[in-house]
Design a protein around this ligand. Sequence first.
Ligand code: PMP
Length: 346
Amino acid sequence: MIHRQMGRQVASSTTVGSLQTGQGQENEKEVRRNGMTQTAKKSLYALGLQQPRFAYFNGEVRPWEEATLHVSCEAVNRGLNVFEGLKGYWQAGGVEFGIVELRRHYDRLSRSARLLHIPVPVSYEEFRDACSKIVRALYEPGKDMWIRATLFVVEGHWGESTVADLVLTAYHQAKDAPAPVAVGVSTWQRSSDISLSPRIKSSTNYQVARLARIEGKKRGFSEMILLNQQGRVAEATGACVLLVRDGCVITPPASEGRLESITLEIVRKICHSLAIPFIERPVDRTELHIADEIRLVGTLAELAPVTRVDEYELPPTSPLTDLIAETFWDAVRGVTPHPAVELTFV
Ligand code: PMP
């Protein structure tokens, strides 16, 4: 599959794992909590551009340089792939490394693949073993990791004889507290379920998000919120939107045009355990401007606090979501395990 094409076409191939997340390293500030030093940075998705030594493809961990796709395959020609972004944390004590909600990520990858008629070439057990292999090949003490699992369509044509390969790339991440962000509401809209469903996590579904981020950058925002076709809140370009009004945690349902977020499910369960009301309902744009607290929620964003939406400043304190975020952090890092978070140790 991939490596068969690679030998022939290295010069005209494209590297599969290029990382598009933010590079901002500015405004560093030390934050100490739970005995762990974190570095708060301005960039929301602060992974930086990295070129790891290895990638996983065609069933093995192989040298990064060999992870290429042929220009004629559907993954390149039509951007045909589905993917997941997973997070692994060194656990408190620094001996064990835990990947968050591995099974749920596999299940969502399989659902995305089903919706695009892409065959899933691996069982859950094979997926788990592959993730373990790439993490073990690359992890370093103290550095958390973000793992991108992609099914690239390497053979087939317009839905005929479709063959996909599981490709895994993994990147180091410092123990950063998610940086507070100012966000704007984009003029670009989230696609609807009858065009390209937001439920499908595919690169092609991020084209509009990319435009929104470019727009945002010009307006001074590091993240943008997209509205749906009805003008209500859908989600941010790489995270879901959580707001607090009158003591209630509110988020739009998936049918408003957001990804079926795994982190949101964790947050829902944490809220339940803390007796904080959690409501899914459509959210108007102006509610973003009058909310008591807002967070961007996702695997990479974790629970990033929002300081401003457009020209509207949010209140300076966020007591309810601080509590939820603390509980989340302690759970994913094994400081205080929580039943809302399932970890797979590798
Ligand atoms: N929406 C979009 C568009 C995303 O890219 C992400 C990140 N995967 C999310 C929401 C949050 O989903 P999750 O909590 O599963 O990471």
